[in-house]
Write a protein that binds this ligand. Structure first.
Ligand code: NAD
Ligand code: UDX
Length: 486
């Protein structure tokens, strides 16, 4: 069955960019992205595109630019790309429906703190079944637990109208924030899981025929549905595992005098290992890694695979350890107390080039420093001030303390003024070329820099006079040459 009309439920970080690229590559297909969040749809229909996230609490908005997204949306919008809140109409007319809703970690009930909350996926499936008057291909785009397609099929079958059938495919998304359009256009692979039935194979071919407009056929992988679902979780778990593995060596490097960047370079040259995702850091963040690994842990525990669960849990534990270790280092170095001292935090987003703060390591570091009585000056080029306050209030559960001890700044120099230390939590490029001599003179002495992302020139900073600390490398004091004229 040729696909002429596509509906995508969920106009978020995945649904918006993915469908914009489909609309651009397939001008003959009508693509409607729907969301129950009216504000989000209004923004997709405005000049200022939203890639914003709503937390369960507090309601928060983060604007974030995706290079290339604007051009595509402005070109296709109201031509063959539409953003709407009329979910029912879009479902009714679609041949193929992407479910691209959020699947956050459950915050209460069975599996709290680990299991994926599938309520939005289930809600979407129920709506599809209730509304549809013709047969559809339903594509699971959200990241879901393995076997979720079975639950979706069950909900669809139990509620479908006479004569209507549904074929469920799994087509997980691998884009990263900040590079979404490039990831979508030049995808390493497109993964499509399907039933091993004639209907399943037909549905697979139908979805394939959309992607092959711009993705070479040999990069499209067809698998069984469960392999596809598990591969998405496993892919994020493997990426996060690499970061935890390199981070696990940082303490050892600091004690022995080895340099973790040199170690990463040396091991990354081995083709079997490869150079990517070996950048040691204060820890990984973002909306996916932790959530998806916890999801694997929970599934394994439910299946009594205790050792497997413990293995993957260790990737998360190592990440927590790394964030804690970095913060402890700050406190120890500053004479075992940061109470009443002012620390300037450079960077609050979970990585550079995004305003997204979900699971940002900066939040954990700031919370710990606030617990120790520090005053914080925070500067991030992209994160909204209200977002920072909301995140810290949520983390500390102490609005009064946040109000009293946190100040947010719009430029890094004012932020650093009169502070005792600078703490780099996000690897924003602009932090590399700041005038650190100027900053040094405006700070209290001794002036400390803690580089949690390994982006600065530590030798230069030491020569300026800073006390410098970073991850995975001991910084030796510079030898200042004393010339006596002889
Ligand atoms: P998001 O929170 O940005 O967007 C989800 C949207 O779905 C929200 O706007 C919400 O209002 C809407 N929604 C929820 N239930 C709905 C319903 N019943 N009807 C209509 N709209 C509904 O989430 P996201 O970052 O786009 O992630 C979506 C999925 O993709 C998740 O499963 C995530 O794990 C996965 N994923 C995310 C990324 C990423 O980088 N953000 C990458 C790959 C995969
Ligand atoms: C991730 C996956 O990369 C993507 O494939 C998936 O679809 C969604 O989740 P994203 O969360 O956007 O993408 O960011 P990513 O670039 O993977 O970075 C995640 C975290 O790891 C960031 O906090 C980043 O700073 C950190 N990181 C990354 C490191 O600390 N070291 C590295 O070498 C790489």
């Amino acid at each position: 069955m040729p696909v002429n009309k596509i509906c995508c439920i969920g106009a978020g970080y995945v649904g918006g960019p993915t469908c914009s690229v489909i609309a651009m590559q397939c001008p003959d297909i009508r693509v409607i992205v729907v969301d129950k969040n009216k504000d989000r749809i209004n923004q997709w229909n405005s000049d200022l595109l939203p890639i914003y996230e709503t937390c369960s609490w507090p309601a928060a908005i983060t604007l974030s630019e995706e290079p290339g997204l604007e051009k595509i949306v402005f070109c296709c919008r109201n031509r063959n790309l539409f953003f709407s809140t009329d979910i029912e109409a879009a479902i009714k007319e679609a041949d193929l429906i992407f479910i691209s809703v959020n699947t956050p970690t459950k915050i209460f009930g069975e599996g709290k703190g680990r299991a994926a909350d599938m309520k939005y996926v289930e809600e979407a499936a129920r709506t599809i079944a209730t509304i549809s008057t013709s047969s559809k291909i339903v594509v699971e785009k959200s990241t879901v637990p393995v076997k979720a397609a079975e639950s979706i099929s069950k909900v669809l079958r139990a509620n479908q109208k006479a004569g209507v059938t549904f074929e469920v495919l799994s087509n997980p998304e691998f884009l990263s924030e900040g590079t979404a359009i490039d990831n979508l256009i030049n995808a390493d692979r497109v993964l499509i899981g399907h039933n091993d039935t004639p209907e399943g194979k037909d549905a697979f071919e139908d979805l394939c025929s959309i992607y092959t407009r711009w993705i070479p056929r040999d990069r499209i992988i067809g698998t069984n549905t469960w392999s596809s679902e598990l591969s998405k979780l496993a892919s994020n778990a493997f990426l996060a595992q690499r970061i935890s593995s390199i981070n696990s060596l940082t303490a050892l490097c600091e004690i022995t005098g080895a340099d973790v960047s040199e170690v990463a370079l040396a091991i990354g040259q081995d083709h079997r290992i490869g150079p990517k995702f070996l950048q040691a850091s204060v820890g990984f963040g973002g909306s996916c890694f932790q959530k998806d690994i916890l999801n694997i842990v929970y599934i394994c525990e439910c299946l009594s695979l205790r050792e497997v669960a413990a293995y993957w849990q260790q990737v998360i534990d190592m990440n927590e350890y790394q964030k804690e270790r970095f913060t402890k280092k700050i406190i120890e170095t500053m004479f075992h107390s940061v109470s009443e001292k002012t620390l300037t935090i450079f960077g609050f987003s979970f990585k550079k080039d995004t305003g997204d703060t979900r699971e940002s390591p900066s939040i954990t570091v700031c919370k710990r420093l606030l617990d120790e009585g520090a005053r914080l000056h925070i500067y991030d080029p992209k994160v909204f001030h209200e977002q920072i306050i909301n995140d810290l209030v949520y983390a500390t559960r102490d609005p009064e303390k946040v109000n009293k001890s946190v100040n947010i700044f719009s430029d890094p120099y004012t932020a650093a003024n009169y502070s005792h230390a600078i703490v780099i939590c996000t690897e924003w490029d602009e932090f590399i070329n700041l005038d650190y001599s100027n900053i040094y003179y405006s700070m209290k002495k001794p002036a400390y820099i803690f580089d949690g992302r390994k982006i600065l020139d530590h030798q230069d900073l030491s020569l300026i006079g800073f006390e410098v600390f970073t991850i995975g490398k001991r910084i030796d004091k510079p030898h200042v040459k004393i010339t006596n004229g002889v």
